[in-house]
Design a protein around this ligand. Structure first.
Ligand code: NAG
Ligand code: NAG
Length: 358
């Protein structure tokens, strides 16, 4: 019985090594094998992970928005905006799935967003189409954000100087199963991977909020002419915003505020393969939820997903689930407080699809 813990530890270590090797490379490492350990089970699992191929099918998309309440301004307008679209590869095969949520601020944030809600998807579409050969989606996202910001500044009818917006945007490359997320400001995209039997689930953020909470963002603002106040807001002269990157807000550029998004990348194949070591199920349901802080300020990532998942479980469509979600967020802003409470605009774009073994 004494020898068991030792073997157990070696086996665990070996499993860890194999896991790490899988993440970084597929290089063989048979020279490390120790003859006194039966590792054939591990070999089988690894073979299963390496051979795992799945494809995206049955895509559903929906969005919903709800105007907030500002006790200081009667008839408040909704400054949030959103869009989503699917793009085919030119021969009727779905190729890209794209969506975004924008949360405007400043006196004319809603006017800026009327423009961006049309301009940004149109730039994304043309850049995605011309990029199909190179598949450099990070570049497409950066270029589209920067060009949309530039076009807003150059357009005399668009108030892009003292009004601005967040933008959280995701692009799913349907063919490769790679998901790209771009973000300026404090809206957020999350992804949920769930086995079809719902026994295993993982919820995580696709985007990083660009605020002064991040050291590198803070450093850039401080090295430019920006000031950071005690609440973490960024100021240039009399103008202040709650984020370090934004579309619009061009007076804030001298304070180090950027329109360039932070772009992240996730491989569905790799993310799902992690489940295969623990689960027999090789089919997954994926949900991507993009929302403004009108939702994420009052609900955690898991809560947002659980709420939407429960609606769908009860037989709602994704669209109905999104409507109920923005209403739920509104109820939570009000929770137990007087009617005079401030309620933020709440907006969501959601995608759902299956990722099936083939
Ligand atoms: C290793 O494990 C496999 C599967 O459990 C078994 O079939 C095989 O006989 C074992 N080999 C040794 C050397 O114990
Ligand atoms: C400028 O903005 C207005 C209002 O959104 C729009 O109708 C017009 O097409 C824009 N012009 C350009 C060159 O984008």
């Amino acid at each position: 019985m004494q020898i068991f813990p030792a073997i157990f530890r070696i086996t665990t270590l070996f499993l860890l090594l194999q896991k790490n090797d899988f993440v970084s490379s597929f290089a063989p490492h048979s020279s490390n094998r120790q003859s006194n350990i039966n590792i054939s089970t591990t070999d089988n699992r690894l073979a299963k992970v390496n051979d795992f191929h799945a494809e995206i099918t049955n895509i559903r998309s929906a969005s919903a928005t709800h105007v907030g309440v500002d006790p200081d301004s009667a008839g408040k307008v909704n400054q949030d905006a959103s869009f989503y679209f699917e793009l085919d590869d030119g021969s009727n095969n779905p190729r890209y799935l794209c969506g975004a949520v924008l949360d405007g601020h400043g006196k004319k944030g809603h006017v800026l967003n009327e423009f961006l809600q049309w301009k940004l998807p149109s730039l994304l579409k043309s850049n995605l189409i011309s990029e199909t050969m190179d598949d450099d989606i990070e570049n497409v996202l950066v270029r589209s954000f920067e060009d949309a910001h530039y076009e807003a500044r150059m357009n005399e009818t668009v108030p892009a100087a003292r009004s601005g917006t967040t933008c959280a945007c995701t692009v799913v490359d349907i063919k490769s199963g790679i998901i790209h997320a771009a973000n300026v400001g404090d809206s957020r995209a999350i992804m949920v991977i769930e086995t079809l039997d719902s026994l295993k689930k993982k919820v995580f953020a696709l985007t990083t909020e660009t605020t002064t909470k991040l050291d590198e963002e803070r450093d850039r603002i401080e090295n430019a002419d920006g000031r950071i106040d005690g609440s973490g807001n960024v100021w240039y002269g009399p103008v202040g915003i709650a984020m370090t990157r934004a579309l619009g807000d061009s007076v804030m550029m001298r304070a180090g505020v950027l329109a360039t998004p932070v772009v992240t990348e996730f491989h569905l194949q790799k993310e799902c393969a992690k489940f295969l070591e623990e689960s027999a199920n090789e089919n997954f349901r994926i949900r991507i939820i993009i929302a403004s802080d009108g939702i994420f300020d009052v609900m955690k990532n898991e809560e947002v997903n659980d709420f939407l998942g429960a609606c769908i479980q009860r037989g709602c469509t994704l669209e109905e689930g999104c409507e109920l979600l923005v209403e739920e967020a509104r109820t939570r802003w009000q929770a137990g407080l007087s009617l005079e409470v401030r309620i933020d605009d709440a907006t969501v774009v959601a995608f759902e699809f299956e990722y099936l073994h083939r």
